[in-house]
Design a protein around this ligand. Structure first.
Ligand code: SDX
Length: 424
């Protein structure tokens, strides 16, 4: 039901009335769907001011640096919940009670193995393949194994596919890492926590016992929470668009992984570490700040800026605290990269260019420092972002598929040739 009406006055036309709707929080929206009846499209490259859907899952106030998942602030979830609590919250709208948690955790932690034949998929990749290339391939390939959960009109199938994806993403991610270093795959352990099991599959080997550090397992869990969902970002919008054609959930999540890979999106965490390594020393920071400000230089300060946040990304705050915890647990003091990052942040936050453009550290600025401290190679950073984001992608896919939806099909402003005939 429209709350207000917008009147669009175009010369030579009667005023076009467009309904305005209000949400629970955030800006009102103008419903422009009838514009095509008047021979017009809206024009919004990059979707800077376009609401693609309505959603109850996540709310971001970019000006205030607020991130809510089903109404709960991200820092409260990170401090008081575990990752599977947040997965349940994103999927079902409420945090699980004790019985719901026990049931959900058991399901997730008892579907962590992948079909044994999936192991063969890895041998088709070069050992030095980027692990994101492997993840796009093997996650899409899950639809070749799970024919019993591909009927998206069936609520049970949707639930089974959601559980399988959350369960198996860490296993596939760890397999991609093991494959790249020529070590045997490590089977999951159902007795460990989600974060602990991931570290086990990443760092165990058949020759020696690997003890999962509870502090590092908790840190891994917290990092997954910080990546769990983020409203209609590029990869989530990709998942929604793929889902709108009726594609199966495994194919939709594979499309989200592909979109996340770019350095402007999830690939930024890998790019931050490469940038910090390239800076190399605090004495070089000014040179890189100058390059970031130079219109003729394509270099950007990776890990800085955001389409929505025009204030500090609340996830970056928690990530920085977690970095301190992990480095302390590992006995890493005066980490040179952390020192460069902290100095870079301090300089950037004082520099008029960054202040005027409201460029603050985002979720990717500190995460790579933690991953590196955990012994995770730089190429794996975006894979971990994909693991963490899986419940968010699924929650948005499920929210769309569970109700009435139409195939997403944007239009364009055509600027090409007028009709012309082939000269015989
Ligand atoms: C993620 O959308 C999400 O929610 C994403 C995400 C999620 O959880 O899903 O939060 C995860 O993708 C975080 C962002 C990770 N990317 C990076 O850290 C890469 C570096 N950042 C930029 O590429 C950029 O800030 C974006 C891509 C994040 C945002 O780009 P926008 O919104 O299109 O902004 P813009 O490119 O139009 O920049 C506005 C201005 C420009 O200057 P002017 O043309 O106005 O003069 O700010 C400048 C840009 O040149 N600018 C930067 C900058 N980011 C923007 N200048 C230097 N360094 C930067 N990092």
């Amino acid at each position: 039901m429209a709350d207000k009406i917008a009147k669009l006055v175009i010369e030579g036309h009667d005023p076009i009335e467009l309904p305005i709707y209000s949400g629970t929080l955030g800006p009102d929206v103008i419903d422009v769907r009838t514009l095509t009846n008047h021979g017009y499209f809206t024009y919004d490259p990059g979707f800077m001011s376009t609401a693609s859907c309505d959603s109850e899952i996540t709310f971001i106030d970019g000006g205030k640096g607020v991130l809510l998942h089903r109404g709960y602030p991200i820092d409260q979830l990170a401090d008081n919940c575990d990752y599977l609590d947040v997965c349940y919250l994103l999927l079902h709208g409420e945090l699980p009670n004790e019985a719901e948690k026990s049931h959900f955790d058991h399901i997730i932690m008892h579907h962590t193995m992948v079909h044994e034949q999936l192991h063969d998929f890895f041998s088709g990749f070069r050992r030095d393949s980027h692990p994101m290339a492997i993840m796009v391939g093997v996650v899409g390939a899950l639809s070749a194994f799970y024919h019993d959960s591909l009927d998206i009109a069936n609520e049970k199938h949707r639930e089974v596919a959601a559980h399988r994806l959350i369960s198996k993403m860490p296993t596939l991610a760890a397999m991609a890492y093991k494959y790249s270093i020529g070590q045997p795959f490590v089977y999951p352990r159902n007795d460990l926590s989600y974060g602990g099991n991931f570290l086990h599959m990443m760092f165990s080997n058949p020759c020696e016992q690997y003890e999962v550090s509870p502090t590092l397992a908790r840190a891994m869990d917290k990092i997954f929470i910080l990546h769990a969902d983020h409203e209609q970002n590029a990869s989530t919008s990709t998942v929604r668009l793929a889902g709108s054609s009726g594609a199966n959930p495994f194919a939709c999540i594979a499309s989200g992984i592909a979109a996340l890979w770019g350095p402007a999106h999830g690939g930024a965490n890998e790019a931050v570490l490469n940038m910090l390594a390239e800076i190399g020393d605090e004495s070089h920071i000014d040179e890189f700040i100058a390059r970031a400000k130079d219109k003729n230089d394509p270099f950007r300060l990776m890990g800085f800026g955001h389409r929505v946040y025009k204030n500090y990304d609340p996830r970056a705050k928690v990530m920085k605290e977690t970095a301190d915890e992990v480095l302390a647990e590992l006995g890493i003091h005066n980490d040179p990269l952390l020192k460069i990052a902290a100095r870079l942040e301090q300089i950037a936050l004082e520099d008029p260019y960054f202040v005027e453009k409201k460029l603050y550290p985002n979720v990717d600025f500190y995460s790579g420092i933690i991953f590196k401290a955990l012994g995770i190679p730089t190429e794996m950073f975006t894979v971990l972002f994909a693991v963490g984001r899986t419940p968010g992608w699924i929650a948005h896919w499920k929210e769309m598929i569970s109700g009435p939806y139409r195939i997403g099909r944007p239009r364009q402003l055509y600027t090409g040739q007028k009709v012309r005939n082939l000269e015989k």
